[in-house]
Design a protein around this ligand. Sequence first.
Ligand SMILES: Cc1cc2nc3c(=O)[nH]c(=O)nc-3n(C[C@H](O)[C@H](O)[C@H](O)COP(=O)(O)OP(=O)(O)OC[C@H]3O[C@@H](n4cnc5c(N)ncnc54)[C@H](O)[C@@H]3O)c2cc1C
Length: 459
Amino acid sequence: MSRRHVVVLGAGPAGLAAAVAALEAGARVTVLDEGERLGGQYWRHHEAITDRRLQHGWERFERSRDRIAAGIAEGRAVLLQRAAVWRVDVEPLRLHALVGKPDAPGRRRVVVRGDALVLATGAHDRALPIPGWTLPGVTTAGAAQALAKRDGVTVGTRTLVAGAGPFLLPVAQSLAIAGARVVEVLEASRLPRHAAGWTARPWELAAAAGKGLELAEYARSLLGQRTPYRTGSGVVRILGERRVEAAVVARLDRAWRPIPGTEREVACDSVALGHGFTPRLDAAIQAGCALTEAPPGSPRFVVADPDQRTSVDGVWAAGEITGIGGADAALAEGDLAGRSAAGTPHAALAAARRRRDRTDAFARRLEAHAIQDGWSSWLEDDTLVCRCESVEAAAIVRASGSASRALRLATRAGLGACQGRTCGSSVEALCGERLGLDARPLLAPMRIGELLGGSEATA
Ligand SMILES: Cc1cc2nc3c(=O)[nH]c(=O)nc-3n(C[C@H](O)[C@H](O)[C@H](O)COP(=O)(O)OP(=O)(O)OC[C@H]3O[C@@H](n4cnc5c(N)ncnc54)[C@H](O)[C@@H]3O)c2cc1C
């Protein structure tokens, strides 16, 4: 039996699966997550909201939570919630965290040491900039969904959901359950691409039958509300004086350029935008993990070997940071990473590898929804791209070609409060180069007093 200490960063599906698997393999486990509740993005919840239509695979969540609670009772597991990890050292392995309410005074500084680290830091949802997207009433699709799932509230009463990818469907369903009328769901990917992606080699999707049922349930929910679902369409401008009053919607060509003459106005008081996901790579970058190559503006991922090991000794990765593949893929990768990090030899992991490989088919389908370059044609010169520092599209295009440090200093794009988390990929796509906006010296916001002072307790 392994007596390794496995540290897991992230308590979404991947991190929870890794923690459970490492416990089953006999390891000691410490899990850290900045959230108030376990579950990450997929199982975002509140105890007071019990409508299980908002949660898929909830039994798996409960099993994981209970297994970790049993590990705590046995003295083999430690769970640190509201623990924002601000630094990762790998030689020796140490995670530095601030534990307490986000940005509140009096947070505790904690350092966690271990023998192996599983990174499962997930992803942010991505919204492309659109003229008018800074009006009150516009949110990312993920924020709209989080409000519905965790707080039971909606941003408006007539919501337009737009972007790309199957994630728009659970968002629309969550909003409908929370009481909003979803006026339309707009998918930018055009029908032929969409259909080619989803109908090719259907037998491969048999392993993702759960996902198929989930998608069918969302489709039923849209039909029930008589909400139109349109492919090859997007929001190209959002209108309103003080808040959202309407949106201009257009048909999009294959490159996502608006097709002239197809614009129409849709009355709504809120818009939820989701154009896919950006992996949260900052911890992996700080740990020195190798990343995949990709053009500026397209996501890179942590390179992982068949057992989810990264290029750095003693560090594993699982979930959205190794490729966007949905919750089933995150669970299967987490399970494999946790077993491997606990010291289970490669030969004994064949079944876990097969379970992980079966989730690839669904992940590959998501490529049908990849962002296409023509989106920048719906920008206007004064469209804000970096919202924190109020940097307009024209300023970024003008400064492109300068060295990345000069561009950042000249425009301040990506240097504001979100540190490029919202705008980084769009800024890099517009100026056509990587600016290193996903590397951060501090992984979480902290006060200068917290940085300078305070001895660290060992967890
Ligand atoms: C906003 C949003 C909503 C989504 N909703 C759905 C949905 O409804 N249906 C669906 O099928 N898929 C959804 N997805 C996709 C879904 O996230 C994944 O399929 C699945 O949750 C991925 O699991 P994960 O464990 O890799 O990451 P996540 O679930 O994102 O978990 C990562 C965890 O890491 C923690 N973390 C990251 N960095 C730090 C740090 N420095 N310190 C401490 N903690 C840290 C985060 O708090 C988070 O809990 C959503 C994704 C996003 C971004």
